[in-house]
Design a protein around this ligand. Structure first.
Ligand code: HEM
Length: 749
């Protein structure tokens, strides 16, 4: 770090030392291309530009899983000049071939027809669920701690395995907003040396249903109403609450959705869960049952509901932008993979909890999560469609050492994914798409089909054969399903008696939350049910809540203006503190800090650099765009007062109270409709950030801006002073707790 003479810069260095050990990246993420564009249209022919440094495509393997040695450039478009799909150069793509200047257009124009025809077929069906998603490449490095319980090669000590992870929402269409209240998918493809292992999980550890045969029901209920096709990507409607109020095994998943877990701050700040219980198999054949957990190094954090709603309009791509920007800025998201381990007993229960019931968790206090490796996401995809859209996960993609259990929810998934992908990806050969190719040799006897890209040799894709020398041979060390004894019984559409307990764990969850988290759950149920048209459905759901907790039920009933129904919750289980997100301190890397520029541009420059050096993303906000005055490197404005909205930022710094800008008129910008001594867009920015419990800091006459925003002097998490570096240090400390929770104390116990 450079030695500074400026006292602000020196103090800033101390702040940086305290918060980071990273090298500064020096760039605001988000540049669309690899190099800045020229003002005039380029005329000098050149080859295609490479991807940006933060981007990486699928690793180079053939359709049959062998290293191809192919470079990224060899897979991308090539040459300097425009061609047809078959490589013939073209001098013009702007005019159809016509007979005479005013037409008609000629049918023989192959370039016109090829261009339009291909465009006509650019879309493929979106996923029937989890249609909206974003993904990244990375690496998983095993600690070796699982090596005694599983023979899986990728879990042996220090083995590094490439991964591709896709995060998603469940209900919305491909173009829906990121920040809706919903479960998030967390699907990881491990390209192991023994074939692909997919861990297809969610950010919520339980599911709505215990048996996959109900999956179409819960999804039909959650999707938009089939007549008007509204609402999009939301559960706040009659069919969803109709179903979950009647189908009370959904109660546990639903209360997680109504909690802050339903509106994560970022994909980077979500836990992931394999949900089902899996079976690990050791080298000696010994087995244990496990539940998989992903623990984010950045902590588990959420939006507040108003923020999530505003973001739906202000930045519908908030989560995918956040993921891509963090990776581009070098703040690589990391998760530890861990397992809860249980003895593999015949009854497949642990401490009385049925391990085959996906509506139940095992509290971490009963079975601690034991870390087995670290995943780092370190590259953005080069092409969304080729990678994020075409990736195909499957719970059946297993490797030796990992087996599934008889969870009836998992059984249906083992069928569903392959089935849906055949229609979504247009045939049976989607495993050969670059993003889906294993990093292990493929020698199957599957042949032909649409879009076959392997060129299989030989004449005998059958066994036994002698014509191809007997190939392929059975693998003595291959995947063997564990011969777990099946307890025989009468055939029937049955479920164990323990599956009837739908309320003890929702109560466990409720009792484990901090007061502010309980407030959010009350608010979420009240909001969602207030959007339900039918009174009887609200009353029925209140009956469900009465069986979770009287306070929860009473507060929601009060909000809905309905009587509190009779209902007795079960006994009080011991709370599980691990279920709460509040009360710890977390790293701040990748967090977005808005800096409202003030008269002293040099102080802004120093603080901006400090934020950048601290691994965060500083966005300078000023009355107009362009470059701030002052000495040193030109400092670009990222947001004008008219374009900035508080929801983009995790914390805001104010370098003095700005007077209203020239465009601060209600006629031009509705946000400027309430005139005052401080620019009204800035007061809105601050008042929103204040009520979203975000840290605020300022120097110079920033206190005037806080006062104009109605922020009480000395409010928690609001720092002002003469020393910008000290203010920044305080803001970063507050940010470590994610939000200033003490700003709005709750009366709930
Ligand atoms: C524990 C319960 C479940 C979890 C954690 C889960 C998780 C996921 C995730 C993460 C995805 C998105 C994969 C991606 O990013 O491409 C997905 C997609 C999907 N899931 Fe599930 N799911 C569950 C239950 C089910 C069930 C019971 C079924 C059907 C019986 C099902 C059917 C599907 C289908 C059809 C897709 C779309 C797959 C595609 O088009 O590639 N899921 N699920």
């Amino acid at each position: 770090m450079a030695e500074h003479t400026n006292p602000v810069a020196r103090a800033v260095d101390k702040v940086i030392d305290a918060v980071t050990d990273r090298d500064p990246s020096g760039e605001i993420p988000g540049r669309p291309g690899v190099e800045p564009p020229s003002l005039a249209e380029p005329v000098e022919p050149r080859g295609p530009l490479p991807p940006k440094p933060d981007q990486r495509g699928p690793d180079a393997f053939t359709a049959t899983g062998q290293p191809s040695g192919e470079t990224a450039a060899a897979r991308a478009q090539g040459g300097e000049f425009l061609t047809t799909a078959t490589g013939t150069r073209l001098p013009d793509t702007d005019h159809s071939l016509k007979a005479g200047v005013r037409g008609p257009v000629l049918l023989r124009d192959h370039h016109l027809r090829e261009k339009i025809t291909h465009f006509d077929h650019e879309r493929i069906p979106e996923r029937v669920v989890h249609a909206r998603g974003a993904a990244a490449h990375g690496v998983f490095r095993a600690y070796g701690t699982a090596a005694t319980v599983t023979r899986a090669a990728f879990l042996a000590k220090n083995v590094e395995t490439p991964v591709f992870v896709r995060f998603s929402t469940v209900l919305g269409s491909r173009g829906s907003a990121d920040t809706v209240r919903d479960t998030r998918g967390f699907a990881t493809k491990f390209y192991t040396s023994e074939g692909i292992f997919d861990l297809v999980g969610n950010n919520i550890p339980v599911f709505f249903i215990q048996d996959a045969i109900k999956f179409p029901d819960v999804i039909h209920a959650g999707k938009p109403h089939p007549d008007r096709e509204i609402p999009q990507a939301q559960s706040a409607h009659d069919t969803f609450w109709d179903f979950v109020s009647l189908h009370t095994e959904a109660t546990h998943h639903t209360i997680w959705n109504m909690s802050d877990r339903g509106i994560p701050r970022s994909f980077r700040m979500m836990e992931g869960f394999g949900v089902h219980t899996f079976r690990l198999v050791a080298e000696d054949g010994g087995t244990v049952l496990v539940k998989f957990h992903w623990k984010p190094k950045a902590g588990v954090h959420s939006l507040v509901w108003e923020e999530a709603q505003l973001l739906g309009g202000v930045d519908p791509d908030f989560h995918r932008r956040d993921l891509a920007d963090a990776i581009e800025a070098g703040a690589f998201p990391e998760w530890e993979l861990g397992v809860q381990m249980f003895p593999d007993t015949q009854d497949q229960t642990y401490e009385g909890i049925d391990l085959l019931d996906s509506t139940k968790i095992v509290p971490e206090e009963l079975a601690p999560v034991q870390p087995v490796g670290l995943m780092t996401l370190n590259a953005n995809p080069v092409n969304f469609f080729a990678e994020t859209e075409q990736v195909a996960f499957h719970t059946g993609h297993l490797v030796p050492g990992i087996d599934v259990t008889d969870d009836p929810l998992l059984a249906g998934r083992m069928f569903s994914y392959l089935d849906t992908q055949i229609s979504r990806l247009g045939g049976p050969n989607f495993d050969q798409l670059p993003i889906n190719r294993p990093h292990a040799p493929v020698n199957d006897m599957l042949r032909d089909g649409m879009h076959q890209t392997a060129v299989h040799a030989g004449v005998a894709p059958y066994r036994p054969n002698s014509l191809d020398g007997g190939c392929p041979f059975h693998a003595p060390d291959g995947y063997v399903e564990v011969p777990f004894p099946v307890a025989a019984g009468p055939r029937g559409r049955l479920a164990p008696a323990s599956y009837d307990d739908h309320f003890s764990q929702p109560r466990l969850f409720w009792l484990s939350l901090s007061p502010v988290e309980k407030e959010h759950v009350i608010a979420a149920y009240t909001f969602e049910l207030s959007k339900v048209f039918e009174q009887t459905i609200k009353e029925r759901q209140l009956q469900v809540l009465a069986r979770i907790d009287p306070v929860l039920c009473g507060e929601v009933a009060a909000g809905l203006g309905l009587p509190v129904p009779e209902g007795v919750p079960g006994a009080d289980p011991a709370p599980s503190p691990a279920l709460s997100q509040v009360g710890r301190t977390w790293p701040v890397a990748g967090r977005v800090i808005g800096i409202v520029a003030g008269p002293d541009a040099d102080a802004v420059r120093t603080i901006r650099q400090a934020v950048l050096d601290g691994g965060m993303v500083p966005l300078v906000i000023a009355p107009t765009g362009g470059v701030l005055p002052g000495t040193g490197e030109p400092m670009t404005v990222q947001r004008t007062f008219a374009a900035a909205r508080s929801v983009e930022f995790d914390a805001i710094l104010v370098a003095g109270a700005p007077a209203p800008g020239a465009d601060a008129t209600g006629a031009r910008d509705a946000k400027a409709g309430l005139p005052g001594p401080v620019d009204p867009r800035v007061t809105l920015l601050l008042s929103e950030a204040y009520r979203h419990a975000k840290p605020l800091g300022g120097w110079g006459d920033a206190e005037d801006a806080f006062a104009a925003a109605g922020i009480p002097p000395g409010a928690p998490g609001v720092t002002s002073g003469d020393d910008p570096a000290a203010v920044l240090g305080q803001v970063i400390t507050s940010l470590g707790g994610h939000r200033v929770w003490e700003r709005f104390p709750s009366a709930l116990a």
